[in-house]
Design a protein around this ligand. Structure first.
Ligand code: SF4
Length: 350
């Protein structure tokens, strides 16, 4: 294996200059973005909302949610006044639901404790609910122009290649952040962060980096070594555990019974069909009032894969607290993707 390469320091200003020049010509148009050299200041509420939504989620998936949230709650104060149920329902389908709970908590905190103003520094932003190191750096740089080192998965890939970092992720994260620090400019920090993200998303892509059209090609160690598409290396992860469980379909007079999942745990606070625990052991036995429909849905969570079997429960008493919802309108029930799959499966069966 070739040794890890380090850029000479003299390359740092060249890299940021080349990249910012490229960004001026090629910045992606995104609903939450103020383009380079705009006279308009970025709105910290928009930056914060988009960065929370973009955590582990694609730009394409986030766009309609961002537009919908801004349409319903145009300011942090209006979001703070929304009910938690409405926020969770509007988030349904975007995944990682702890983000939605923290989003609402954060909006309430910023409104009630900070007079509706987001903090301007990375260290103060880090104190907000749901704001971790990456998000604090991104908001500080993009919303307030503070020099902050912003390293998401796209940036990680670009930096690993620029410096030919051979150590595998995740252990190489710290070293990559230090290297990113060496090329982050003092000015236009927000544009630089977004330029790195755009380069990673459109040119320095995971499977086929387009080095021929890359603005950084002359300074890129991995390109020179011919190992660009092999980086970043990753430690092989074990396959995910499998779990299974039941969803109860309890239908009466064109309505189906829904519950709200406990705040703590998977899909916490979301609307759901009632059902059994999910476990890696044998599927729990069905009670005599429940009939296996033979249908199931599969869903992949970050740490496990789930096979959720569907049982029809006839004439049963309601299962805990919940509410009846028209089967025909289940699209509007605020169900997360797993339970949307259950609803679609049962609608297709009808
Ligand atoms: Fe990525 Fe190739 Fe550009 Fe290097 S030259 S940053 S590998 S696209």
């Amino acid at each position: 294996m070739p040794p890890a390469q380090k850029h000479p320091d003299k390359n740092a200003p060249i890299i940021s200059k080349l990249l910012l020049g490229w960004y001026d010509r090629n910045a992606r148009e995104l609903p939450w973005r103020i383009g380079p050299h705009s006279a308009i200041e970025p709105d910290p509420y928009h930056v914060w909302l988009s960065e929370i939504m973009l955590q582990q989620t694609t730009v394409a998936a986030v766009k309609p949610y961002f537009t919908n949230f801004l349409g319903r709650w145009p300011t942090v104060q209006t979001l703070a006044r929304a009910s938690n149920e409405d926020v969770m329902a509007a988030w349904a389908g975007l995944g990682y639901y702890a983000r939605a709970r923290n989003l609402h908590r954060c909006a309430i905190y910023v409104t009630n404790e900070l007079g509706g103003e987001f903090p301007r520094t990375e260290s103060e932003l880090l104190k907000l609910p749901g704001v971790g190191a990456y998000t604090a750096a991104a908001i500080a740089a993009i919303a307030f122009g503070e020099r902050a080192v912003v390293v998401d998965a796209n940036v990680e890939r670009v930096v690993a290649r620029l410096f030919a970092v051979e150590a595998p992720l995740p252990s190489a994260k710290k070293a990559i952040t230090k290297l990113a620090d060496t090329i982050t400019p003092e000015t236009r920090a927000g544009d630089f962060a977004q330029a790195m993200m755009d380069l990673g998303a459109t040119v320095c892509t995971s499977k086929s980096p387009q080095c021929l059209i890359c603005p950084l090609t002359e300074t890129c160690a991995a390109r020179k070594l011919g190992i660009a598409s092999d980086l970043p290396r990753k430690v092989l992860t074990k396959s995910k555990p499998q779990k299974q469980g039941w969803a109860w379909w309890i239908e009466q007079g064109g309505n189906v019974f829904l519950v709200r999942r406990p705040d703590k745990g998977m899909l916490g606070g979301m609307a759901a069909f009632p059902g059994s625990e999910w476990s890696g052991d044998a599927l729990p036995r069905l009670g005599k009032e429940a009939v296996d429909t033979g249908s199931y849905v599969q869903h992949s969570f970050t740490h496990f894969d789930l096979k959720l079997h569907i049982a029809r429960v006839e004439g049963a008493a309601e299962v805990g607290d919940g509410w009846w919802f028209p089967v025909a309108n289940l699209d509007e029930a605020g169900l997360p993707t797993l339970f949307k799959k259950v609803a679609n499966e049962m609608k297709n069966k009808a």
